[in-house]
Design a protein around this ligand. Structure first.
Ligand code: FAD
Length: 423
């Protein structure tokens, strides 16, 4: 049987939820088709550790401008500012705590990285790789590059567009949500017409209307908002009939997903290494190819530690599987505390994220390739079928790309545009 809806929203992540809420507020009849068995997409709060743990998005970046901040507050969620102060980081160099001079050199290298990127971008010229604009050769330059590109941007600086990096630099305060960002999105999705387990495999778009087909059967609709990741689009998981115009397809391939993985280790008992809630660990890059994890320990005083691993090394471990990622995480922690302490303090096993291998996501969040700084605007502005077929999601946001707040805003924007196009 073919269902009918005025507007189809494809995907129930942040962008899809925001789009559906906005469409309903505008009086439009919509249906959200979600391939997975839950809403929230790349925001997911796991409860298997005995306390909420966000395995996808966990910070509300630039919270003062983030649309999710007032929504979370209105629902009574607890926001905790974990700060972006680098002095809170327990920094290691060469297997020991960094000296005061080394810490100062690290902080200077991080500031010099972004300052050089901004200065070079302002000079204009071709959209070069970020790696070509930033300082190199100093003792902390590789560490700063690793932190700001592989860890924060989820891809190596060689693969990142300078102009896009600068345009999407984050600022402001960064709270975490005690109940979880995934929990917040589930609350915001309550009451929406979401069909779970409904993977769209083909989208026939014609002037007369749109037909979505997939595991759920088929759905006829006047308009559609596509919110799946650019990784999913690039993989061809949805067959567009007719195919998307070349310029749009190029924009999708210009915005690949990088990978940020989390490895969560649970405390076996009460021992906490003498560290308080939200303690952070990081270390110097010691040799070419060295790819340190960074750590957030005991968030909200909870009995687990979250290891972060980004970029090429995250992809490699993702392919090798969870056991390899857990082994690397334990070896990383052993550099700080010794293997015996790690074995004593952390229970066997780990929660290891699989965003890279999951066909519903195919990575963590998008970066623009060098030369593709304009791709986000191409995707966000694409208005097929007279504006009735549009794209939304984190990759479409020119300022807050890669974030849950950016995805939310882009979903709302697409909903307003579709509403206007429907007349
Ligand atoms: C490890 C990690 C850490 C992160 N940390 C942060 C952070 O701290 N702060 C922050 O702001 N952001 C963070 N992000 C990024 C943030 O999670 C994303 O930018 C945001 O959630 C993307 O939302 P979206 O709606 O654009 O896409 P998605 O959440 O990917 O939603 C798209 C939906 O489409 C569904 N779908 C896929 N294929 C189909 C199909 N064929 N048919 C139907 N449905 C389909 C998917 O299942 C998914 O639910 C992080 C992401 C990861 C992975």
């Amino acid at each position: 049987m073919t269902r009918e809806a005025e507007v189809l929203v494809l995907g129930a992540g942040a962008a899809g939820i925001a789009a559906a809420r906005r469409l309903r507020a505008l009086g439009r009849d919509c249906l959200v088709l979600e391939a997975g068995m839950r809403a929230g997409g790349r925001a997911f709060t796991d409860h298997s550790l005995g306390a909420p743990c966000d395995l996808g998005a966990s910070w509300l970046h630039d919270a003062g401008a983030n649309p999710l901040t007032p929504l979370a507050q209105a629902l009574g969620f607890t926001l905790h500012d974990t700060g972006r102060r680098r002095r809170d980081l327990l920094l290691a160099a060469g297997g020991r705590p960094a000296t005061a001079e080394e810490r100062a050199a690290w902080e200077a290298a991080v500031e010099a990285f972004d300052a050089a990127a901004l200065a070079r971008a302002r000079r204009g010229g071709p959209d070069i790789p970020l790696s070509e604009a930033v300082p190199r050769g100093g003792p902390w330059d590789d560490t700063a590059a690793h932190w700001l590109s592989a860890m924060i941007s989820a891809a190596e600086a060689e693969r990142i567009s300078l102009q896009d990096y600068v345009a999407t630099l984050l600022d402001g305060w960064n709270p975490q949500v005690a109940e979880g960002v995934g929990t917040l999105l589930l609350r915001l999705a309550e009451g929406l017409p979401v069909v779970l387990g409904a993977a769209v495999g083909r989208l026939r778009w014609r002037r007369g209307g749109i037909l979505a087909e997939g595991s759920f059967g088929s759905l006829r609709t006047r308009a559609a908002i596509i919110t799946v990741s650019t990784g999913v689009l690039a993989a061809g998981a949805i067959a567009f009939d007719p195919p998307l115009p070349d310029g749009l397809q190029d924009a999708v391939t210009g915005l690949p997903l990088g990978l940020l993985s989390k490895v969560v280790l649970r405390a076996a008992g009460e021992e906490r290494l003498g560290l308080g809630p939200f303690a952070r660990l990081g270390r110097q890059v010691e040799a070419p190819g060295d790819s340190p994890m960074s750590w957030l320990l005991w968030p909200f005083g909870r009995p687990y530690a979250v290891g972060f691993l980004g970029g090429a090394r995250a992809w490699a471990l993702s392919r090798e599987g969870p056991a390899a990622a857990e082994a690397e995480a334990r070896a990383e922690l052993a550099r700080y505390f010794g293997a015996a302490a790690v074995a004593r303090i952390f229970a066997p096993g780990a929660v290891v994220t699989r965003w890279g291998e999951d066909p519903l996501f195919r990575g963590a969040y998008s970066h623009a390739l060098p030369g593709c700084a304009g791709a986000r605007a191409v995707l966000a502005e694409a208005a097929l079928l007279g504006g009735r077929l549009r794209f939304a999601g984190e990759a479409c946001h020119p300022r807050y790309a890669g974030t849950v707040g950016g995805a939310w805003q882009s979903g709302e924007r697409a909903a307003r545009a579709v509403h206007a196009a429907l007349g």
